[in-house]
Design a protein around this ligand. Structure first.
Ligand code: SAM
Length: 257
């Protein structure tokens, strides 16, 4: 699987992130080499990224991703007609923005290493309701041909376990075929059974044709989730640091911290 480097601005558009959203505590899963956590952090957002690739080999990630982006440039140029260019303009700008995002990520990984936590769905190393908002791009649904339905449902439940307010997922299409992930409606029904209503919201971003929709899970009033999850009691190294003590999360419904 590719590790990719979407930019903070792409995240804002993909997930329709408002200034109010960016005042919340946010988890990016999977963070990959995206510059979201770096640039959100720069503007004061309490953002954390999690990805299996943030382990011992993390120092080499920046170079690896830059090589992948350079390698992909020829493909993007040759296959330009398969994509929507309203966001990037053309393949040159696409490659430049992704390279900038990869470099921003790599610099932040060096200067704020604890913002990048090693972990894998469907068991993430954070206690319940550790974040207000959980973002997830280009793993679930995108890799629907490789990752089975049980993995998807467990992963959605895991993301909902961590969110005090919402989970937002983008896109809803397979990355290979541009077709919507077929079991999506079934999964939404299953989540509804756990007291997690969901909706599809149109967003102002598409790169795959027809991909301008995100899935939003409303988690504030969710019920009990299936049997205790592996990560549920894990130590979260960056938990609520912004509060200045180990005081725990503010109440859901409090506007901002
Ligand atoms: C295509 S990248 C997307 C990264 C980022 N969200 C972006 O849009 O640039 C997919 C990422 O999923 C990560 N990944 C693979 N398996 C995972 C799992 N089980 N749990 C969490 N992340 C996983 C990979 O390491 C990779 O960084």
């Amino acid at each position: 699987m590719l590790i990719s480097a979407r930019s903070f601005d792409e995240y804002r558009a993909m997930f329709a992130l408002s200034d109010d959203d960016l005042a919340l505590r946010v988890l990016d899963c999977p963070g990959g080499s995206a510059s979201f956590t770096a640039l959100a952090g720069e503007r004061g957002t309490d953002a954390v990224a999690v990805d299996p690739q943030y382990g011992a080999e993390r120092a080499g990630l920046g170079d690896l991703v830059e090589r992948e982006i350079a390698h992909k440039h020829a493909f993007m140029t040759e296959n330009a007609s398969k994509f929507v260019w309203s966001w990037f303009g053309d393949a040159e700008r696409y490659t430049r923005l992704r390279t900038e995002a990869a470099r921003t990520f790599a610099a932040d990984l060096r200067t704020r290493p604890d913002r990048y936590v090693e972990g894998s769905l469907p068991n993430l190393p954070f206690p319940d309701r550790s974040f207000d908002l959980v973002l997830s791009s280009h793993l679930l649904f995108s890799y629907g041909a490789q990752l089975d339905e049980a993995f998807h449902l467990s992963s959605l439940i895991e993301l909902a376990r961590l969110a005090r307010r919402q989970v937002r997922l983008f896109p809803l299409l397979h990355h290979t075929s541009d077709k919507r992930y077929e079991p999506l409606d079934r999964m939404r029904k299953a989540l509804d059974g756990y007291g997690i209503p969901s909706r599809l919201d149109r967003v102002d971003y598409a790169f795959q044709p027809g991909s301008d929709e995100m899935l939003v899970l409303e988690c504030a009033d969710r019920g009990a989730l299936p049997a205790s999850r592996e990560g549920a009691n894990a130590h979260d190294p960056v938990r609520w640091r912004h509060l200045g003590d180990a005081g725990g999360p503010p109440e859901v419904g409090a506007q901002h911290r």
